[in-house]
Design a binder for this molecule. Structure first.
Ligand SMILES: NC(=O)c1ccc[n+]([C@@H]2O[C@H](COP(=O)([O-])OP(=O)(O)OC[C@H]3O[C@@H](n4cnc5c(N)ncnc54)[C@H](O)[C@@H]3O)[C@@H](O)[C@H]2O)c1
Length: 385
């Protein structure tokens, strides 16, 4: 396949990131064919900004279009599985945003559903959703690629590089993703994302940890999987009652004995205590080698402000500041999209597909169950069952 024609579905924040990255794919020629959004004004904005040929609210027209090879799904999580299944049924490759799916509740459960629904019921419902998606993947001639961008930070890749070049084992791995969160109405957002901090934020570090272990398994040619999960989660501040939880700690033991820890918290708690963003990944290896990678706050660019008028209020004081490197955030999409499109073009699945997405969702829900029941959960099932 020399050229690839793409539809981006969802013209919001993630859709815009995908478009920016698609414009910078260098392994083949990418044609931005169609941008889809129910909000056609948004779709037309991105058509103009990125040079799509068509903008539409009608997803069916994308499915019917024989010229479209690949669909990027950048929709609210509640729609991911359904839109992905339809694209796969039409034999179109899919790049799907994270998290793969979630639990969105029943009307009688109130909102957010995680506060009232039985976690066991949530887990059962998720596994059912994923089984439908797996069947569509199995039947389709097309590929399913899971867009979990955190693993594309060069820092995360350096762990796999260490395993490969030094032929070592990862003994423990700790990852944090704590962010300021969305500026948008959280209640509205959560109706469509179906969750709170665990799904929206902790999904990033968790999936990067799983991805790292998956790469290690491949390098050593063996199966490595999570054998137990225990988690704590809750409200660190009581000022955000719409939130099911705003902090999460998850401990995972892997079949090779490796211990993983995920820390995560968002908006209401984090804003008041520790600054706006903290992302890092640390690991120890069995040869005594250790790696410690800070993603944000980045400390490679420092700015000094004299406190002049005209700067945003937070920057009025005189001091040194670490600059948030937005390029770095964009870069991870560019790395990801290049990697994914390269696989589609060369007809190779690569490592971040359904089984990675499946493992991530499985552990997220084992974590919910563990926190609810106050015990360790031993997850069963794998992506092929
Ligand atoms: N990987 C990352 O770094 C990252 C960052 C942000 C968001 N995300 C993920 O991307 C997804 C989208 O998040 P977002 O922040 O861009 O949301 P968003 O609300 O900004 O954009 C979603 C868009 O989908 C459109 N939409 C809703 N229903 C639709 C339908 N039936 N058909 C067509 N369009 C429809 C909305 O009008 C909106 O424009 C979420 O799953 C989120 O978790 C990932």
């Amino acid at each position: 396949m020399e050229n690839i024609s793409v539809a981006v579905v969802g013209a919001g924040i993630a859709g815009n990131f995908h478009c920016n990255a698609l414009k910078q794919v260098y392994c083949t020629r990418v044609r931005l064919k169609t941008i889809v959004d129910v909000d056609t004004e948004r779709a037309y904005d991105l058509l103009e900004k990125w040079g799509f040929q068509n903008a539409t609210a009608d997803y069916e027209s994308v499915l019917q279009d024989p010229e479209i090879d690949l669909v990027c799904i950048a929709l609210p999580t509640v729609l991911h599985a359904d839109f992905a299944i339809k694209a796969l049924n039409a034999d179109k490759h899919v790049i799907c945003e994270k998290p793969l799916t979630g639990y969105f509740g029943l009307p009688e459960e109130g909102f957010p559903a995680e506060n009232t629904a039985s976690k066991r019921k949530m887990c059962d419902s998720l596994l059912k959703d994923m089984s439908a998606l797996r069947q569509a993947i199995d039947k389709s001639k097309a590929k399913f690629l899971y867009a979990e961008t955190y693993m594309c930070f060069p820092n995360c890749a350096s762990i796999a590089e260490s395993v490969r070049t030094l032929n070592v084992r990862v003994l423990d791995i700790a990852v944090e993703c704590s962010i300021h969160g969305s500026e948008r109405d959280l209640i509205e957002l959560r109706k469509h994302v179906g969750d709170s901090s665990l799904m929206r934020v902790a999904a990033y570090p968790l999936s990067s940890m799983l991805f790292g272990k998956q790469l290690e398994a491949r390098i050593h040619d063996e199966d490595i999987y999570a054998t137990s999960v225990s988690a704590e989660m809750g409200q660190k501040r009581a000022d955000n009652s719409a939130c099911a939880e705003n902090f999460v700690n998850i401990a995972v033991t892997f079949s090779d004995g490796c211990k993983g820890v995920v820390y995560s918290c968002d908006k209401s708690y984090y804003d008041h205590t520790q600054g706006r963003m903290r992302n890092w990944i640390k690991s120890s290896f069995d040869n005594g080698y250790n790696s410690q990678n800070t993603i944000t706050p980045a400390d490679n660019v420092k700015l000094y402000f004299l406190g002049q008028e005209g700067y945003e209020s937070a920057w009025r004081q005189t001091d040194w500041f670490n600059k948030y490197d937005a390029d770095e955030a964009y870069n991870k999409y560019i790395i990801e999209l290049n990697r994914f499109i390269g696989r589609v073009v060369k007809n190779r699945q690569g490592s971040s597909g359904f089984s990675h997405a499946y493992d991530c969702v499985k552990i997220i829900h084992a974590a919910y169950l563990s926190a609810e029941e106050g015990r360790c959960i031993y997850p069963t099932g794998n992506a092929r069952q």
